[in-house]
Write a protein of this length. Structure first.
Length: 207
């Protein structure tokens, strides 16, 4: 009998407002979700809806490596960001936190959580390759920011896309899609509605 080989999937997983923003205005290292942007993540932080908890747990269980952009790194590695016990999704049931690969043009001057991050300066695809190698039989989650996630979708690099659509209109902020990329065609897979977000699942359309 031939042993089945499991191949990691690349999954863009991000929360977005009804008007297409993934942060409020004025995001930065000390204001990661921008002004008023915390309301986007009520489904993951405050909700006790079974659907929200199940969606979050599924994401944490399947993720073996995380890819992020420099702006997101500056927030989570900043003084008010992640810790040894609170990284992607937090530490639950003693499970190890996934390793993080950062797409950036230049090395940061310093890294606070040096063991948790690998800096990749030769592009998104290189970061995804390293993350897939690291993830083993688990998946790679691309978590932010909006520009990096949008690139991943538009360039056809994501096998799946999960958008947590929050019932919020922010008016301004960081858009998920900046424009200028070729059109991306996705196939709808599922929708899981809950009071704090509707979880939308897509996969890359067959060529």
């Amino acid at each position: 009998m031939t042993e089945e080989v499991t191949v990691s999937k690349i999954i863009v997983d991000i929360t977005m407002s009804l008007d297409g923003f993934v942060t409020g205005p004025n995001p930065g290292p000390d204001n990661g979700l921008g002004d008023g942007g915390e309301v986007l993540h009520r489904w993951a932080v405050d909700s006790r809806a079974p659907i929200d908890e199940r969606v979050l747990e599924d994401s944490l269980t399947r993720t073996g490596a995380v890819v992020m952009g420099r702006g997101t790194f500056d927030v989570v590695d900043g003084p008010h960001g992640w810790s040894d016990d609170a990284g992607f999704g937090g530490r639950r049931d003693g499970r190890p936190l996934p390793h993080n690969f950062v797409v950036t043009h230049e090395q940061p001057a310093s890294i606070r959580l040096v063991d948790d991050f690998t800096i990749v300066t030769d592009g998104l695809e290189a970061a995804l390759r390293q993350a897939v190698d690291h993830a083993g039989d688990q998946d790679v989650t691309v978590m932010g920011g909006g520009d990096l996630c949008g690139q991943c979708i538009a360039q056809g690099l994501a096998d799946e896309v999960i958008i947590h659509l929050a019932p919020v209109v922010l008016g301004r902020g960081t858009p998920l899609f900046f424009g200028g990329e070729p059109p991306a065609i996705l196939e709808f897979v599922d929708a899981k509605p809950a009071p704090s977000a509707t979880h939308l699942f897509y996969r890359r359309a067959a060529a």
